[in-house]
Design a protein around this ligand. Structure first.
Ligand code: FEO
Length: 392
């Protein structure tokens, strides 16, 4: 079977839906699969393909093009070199020997090093450069660091379509070509933003401002559904990438013998009773994407950990390292937990978060089972958090 879908006359989705993929970058869980969107643009004189698909789906893309009777492609626009969009380029270039691969200099360099495109087949496009396909034209907008240094967007002015590759996308395998159920897509897009885009907020804001001048009827990312109502995803990104934080505490924790868990339960209730939202994650059984998504706009993170092998529990340490890499806009943090005979868990967690500009509240660490003084300290922590959140 093949699947192609018309977006506008002369513009078709010809990509692949990966219903079964469950892991990306050997790190990111894909509970809803993903798609590799590839777009065929047929002008009156020339034909272009925007982005290819993952190597594992090369046959799907080639089958779709063959079903449409495409004998010649003039340009393959490589908006980004990562292999989920470029892995099938080698096969594509064999089947379409006249095709040139257009991309930023960085992208072409990476594609050569990935052994996917030879120097002769590549053609650099500059920021703002335009090519004509006859009655359609493609303009390239350099948009580095969302999330690699090579990314470009492509604007098809005649149809007011902006192709954005990873930017504004979602890992969501769906039969919907467009984001018809915005609540579902919002959740997937936020998770995707957290996992992939969040460390690059400054670049995101810059690129959002730049594309704000374009008239856009459709946003066509290279993962997940398209947006026939671009305002939906643009507003969401403006919100996520802004400095605004929410009255929420993210509480990832691990407990070995129950003491840290008692403290977590107590703090959660103390926060809720003070009107503070809580998102808690048991680190022995959690979804990395859900934790990342919770960090997008929460004001505070409290990490709960016992002491083991003279330091923080490795699962708590890993959560801190992950949060540090994702660079959320979190403002406040603290640590709670218990110990038996001392250790360096406080120093370890604090030192693991250098990328975050955090104000730390005093930690609450109990010796063994928490006692009355520890619960009073947890109440004080909840008071401090609630007071800071009221200032937001
Ligand atoms: Fe979808 Fe960065 O590749």
């Amino acid at each position: 079977m093949t699947l192609t879908r018309e977006i506008k006359p002369g513009v078709k989705w010809v990509g692949a839906i990966d219903w079964d993929r469950r892991l990306f970058d050997a790190l990111i869980p894909l509970p809803d699969g993903t798609s590799y969107n590839s777009y065929l643009i047929q002008g009156s004189e020339k034909t272009a393909l925007i982005d290819a698909v993952d190597e594992s789906m090369a046959d799907v893309l080639l089958g779709n093009l063959s079903a449409l009777g495409i004998k010649k492609i003039d340009y393959i626009i490589a908006q980004h070199a990562e292999q989920d969009h470029s892995g099938s380029l080698k096969r594509l270039l064999e089947v379409y020997p006249d095709a040139k691969v257009l991309g930023s200099a960085k992208c072409l360099d990476l594609l050569m090093h990935f052994d996917l495109v030879s120097k002769e087949r590549g053609q650099e496009v500059k920021d703002g450069e335009k090519i004509t396909l006859g009655d359609k034209s493609l303009q390239f907008i350099h948009a580095p660091w969302v999330h690699w240094p090579d990314t470009i967007f492509t604007y098809l002015a005649e149809d007011q379509i902006l192709f954005t590759c990873d930017f504004l996308g979602s890992h969501l395998a769906s039969s919907d070509l467009y984001a018809s159920d915005e609540a579902v897509v919002y959740r997937a897009a936020k998770r995707y933003y957290a996992e992939i885009m969040m460390p690059f907020r400054q670049n995101i804001n810059k690129h959002l401002a730049r594309i704000g001048d374009l008239t856009i009827a459709v946003i066509a990312p290279s993962h997940g559904p398209l947006y026939g109502r671009p305002k939906f995803i643009l507003d969401a990104y403006r919100d996520w990438a802004s400095d605004r934080v929410k009255n929420q505490v993210v509480l990832p924790y691990v407990s070995m013998h129950g003491s840290t868990r008692i403290m977590v339960d107590y703090l959660v209730d103390a926060l809720i009773s003070r009107g503070v939202g809580v998102l808690r994650f048991d680190l022995t059984d959690y979804d990395v994407g859900e934790l990342a998504g919770s960090l997008v706009d929460a004001a505070t993170v409290v990490i709960g950990t016992p002491t083991i092998l003279a330091g923080a529990h490795p699962l708590a340490f890993y959560a801190a390292i992950l949060a540090n890499a994702l660079r959320p806009k979190t403002r406040y943090a603290s640590i709670i937990g218990s110990f038996g005979w001392g250790g360096k868990m406080l120093e370890q967690i604090t030192v693991a978060l250098p990328n975050l500009k955090l104000q730390f509240f005093d930690p609450v660490v109990a010796k063994g089972r928490p006692k009355e003084a520890d619960f009073q300290a947890l109440d004080r922590l909840a008071d401090e958090i609630a007071a800071k959140h009221k200032e937001l």
